[in-house]
Design a protein around this ligand. Structure first.
Ligand SMILES: NC(=O)c1ccc[n+]([C@@H]2O[C@H](COP(=O)([O-])OP(=O)(O)OC[C@H]3O[C@@H](n4cnc5c(N)ncnc54)[C@H](OP(=O)(O)O)[C@@H]3O)[C@@H](O)[C@H]2O)c1
Length: 282
């Protein structure tokens, strides 16, 4: 896997970055590029430390970042909170890249928290991480979504797809929820505070693509990582949505204030906490 000079659109010298799902696919490629330029890299993964130790050694190559690994399985919300606590204890981060994604499953799975798995891993875990870390993320949050959100619907009364589930519907619904939440946060923040942007890296050769669309091929993870890192450009407006590195309008559902309010209310109920308060204190 190779990357060239200039893949990072902002000066990352001295910065600390947390990448979720950073040990495979697009997240791994993103971590590899970041490791050259940042001061500290927090890599999150679901696998035990010993299975990712070779990758971590590579990321810690000569002249590269200090790398710390945080294991957390987002199918357990307590582990998301634990991850937030450990990142906070480590001094927070300048940039949070929410990239982790559940494998596509044809059968609807409910987690031990009682929530549909794709919604929990892809969306709720991200919301929990953002709200629990909001005051220690100093610069930018990049949420990784997907162009599939453009064809999704957000039935807030059936967010967990109890009345009709498919792997693709679960995936694109979770991605629309990510874009809608990000638009809501950006609206609350206005021009102040840490910026939040959403990116689609584009169709990419990863386990996720092969699971969800067997036979379909895409770009390399390095190309996708560059599209994720395009979300770090300081010139981007708060709330920007980027598809393959270019600003694009998201699904209009995501920018509808009524849908945003209803999603936030449904999210509060699922997480049993009031995220409106946390953003107000941002
Ligand atoms: N690939 C594409 O064509 C494409 C297109 C558009 C958008 N995207 C987006 O790009 C991002 C990265 O996708 P990818 O294709 O690189 O997928 P991937 O190769 O499947 O990687 C997903 C990452 O999430 C982690 N993960 C899985 N289950 C988890 C759990 N329960 N708790 C915490 N982390 C978990 C995985 O860890 P393990 O590997 O250890 O299980 C892995 O590091 C996703 O947000 C995806 O929606 C991808």
């Amino acid at each position: 896997m190779t990357a060239t000079e200039g893949d990072n659109p902002m000066n990352l010298t001295g910065k600390t970055v947390l990448v979720t799902g950073g040990v495979t696919g697009v997240g791994e490629a993103t971590a590899r590029i970041l490791a050259r330029d940042v001061r500290r890299l927090f890599v999150h993964g679901v696998q035990p430390l010993h299975t990712v130790s070779d990758l971590l050694e590579e990321l810690r190559g000569p002249g590269q970042a200090t790398v710390e690994y945080f294991q957390a399985d987002f199918t357990r919300l307590s582990e998301v909170s634990d991850l937030a606590r450990r990142v906070r204890d480590a001094g927070g981060a300048d940039i949070l890249i929410n990239n982790a994604v559940a494998p596509a499953t044809n059968k609807r799975i409910v987690t031990s928290d009682g929530i549909e798995e794709t919604l929990q891993v892809n969306y709720l875990a991200m919301v929990k991480l953002v709200t629990e870390l909001h005051d220690v993320i100093r610069h930018r949050i990049v949420n990784v979504a997907s162009e599939t959100h453009q064809s999704a619907d957000l039935n807030v009364d059936d967010l967990q797809l109890e009345h009709g589930y498919s792997a693709f519907d679960g995936y694109r619904r979770s991605k629309l929820a990510i874009v809608t939440f990000s638009q809501w946060v950006a609206g609350k923040l206005g021009e102040t505070g840490s910026g939040i942007v959403t990116v689609c890296p584009g169709l990419t050769e990863t386990p996720l693509l092969h699971d969800m669309f067997p036979g379909l091929h895409g770009q390399s993870p390095v190309e996708a990582a560059k599209n994720v890192l395009a979300g770090l450009d300081d010139a981007l407006p708060n709330g920007a949505y980027l598809s393959s590195g270019r600003i694009k309008e998201p699904n209009p559902i995501a920018t509808n204030p009524d849908t945003q309010t209803r999603l936030v209310e449904a999210t509060n109920a699922l997480l049993d906490q009031d995220i409106r308060d946390l953003v107000a204190k941002w």
